[in-house]
Design a binder for this molecule. Structure first.
Ligand code: NI
Ligand code: MN
Length: 228
């Protein structure tokens, strides 16, 4: 069983057996994020790209908890330089085994700069996460791309986590097309309603993927669901 908690924006907390995995921990700067102290003590922190609403508190939390940061090479090198003790760099198309399962980086069409000076943060990415027999795809920030068909072909995705808020990423119609390409069993929308610019009704996404035979799950901030 994998427990999936939506903290807010693109931040999710996965519990798989005794393993705790935090993705894109935009918590302190996100007024609507709902995280507990337990969420801040993950064993692994995955970072999809360098933007502040994804790198978020990763460096601070990793330094406090000793978590391993998993990201692209450039962001891991940045975390190393900021005093994070354990990082594991990957790059697009590459993956590695970890105690909880595995992580592979996928392409994402977006930016990935670090901070106000726009330091180079490598290429943005998504993740294929395998844990406890389940396959979870977190797309990161991205526009729609046809290679999602390939991602859906290579793995039988149990759960897809997809941005729907538009402006910086896919909007709802594009995210529905993404579900058509990926063919996951379930999908949870993300990257919406954090602020006005990305406001939308996630129910429209759920209604839009129902005819595709895919269950959409809208989680409120701090809410969880289980993959059995
Ligand atoms: Ni971004
Ligand atoms: Mn973002």
């Amino acid at each position: 069983m994998v427990k999936v908690t939506f903290i807010g924006h693109s931040c999710f907390f996965l519990e798989s057996g005794s393993h705790k995995i935090l993705i894109d921990p935009f918590i302190a700067g996100n007024p609507v994020a709902k995280a507990t102290e337990d969420h801040k003590k993950a064993d692994f922190i995955l970072v999809s790209h360098g933007h502040a609403d994804h790198l978020g508190d990763a460096i601070k939390l990793a330094k406090e908890s000793g978590a391993t940061v998993i990201s692209n090479f450039e962001i891991c090198t940045h975390c190393d330089s900021q005093g994070v003790k354990k990082t594991h760099p990957l790059h697009i198309g590459g993956g590695n085994e970890f105690p909880f399962g595995s992580v592979k980086l996928t392409i994402a069409h977006h930016g990935s700069t670090l901070g106000d000076k726009l330091e180079y943060g490598g290429n943005p990415a998504g993740f294929i996460i395998r844990t406890d027999g389940k396959v979870i795809y977190h797309s990161g920030d991205t526009g729609l791309f046809l290679d999602m068909k390939l991602i859906g072909e290579l793995d039988r995705i149990d759960l897809a986590l997809l941005p729907i808020g538009g402006n910086f990423t896919m909007d709802i119609p594009d995210a529905i097309k993404a579900v058509e390409f990926l063919k996951p069993k379930k999908a949870i929308p993300m990257h919406y309603n954090t602020f006005d610019l990305i406001a939308c009704n996630p129910g429209d996404f759920v209604d839009g993927i129902k005819p595709l035979g895919v269950e959409g799950i809208v989680l409120g901030f701090g809410e969880s669901c289980e993959l059995n």
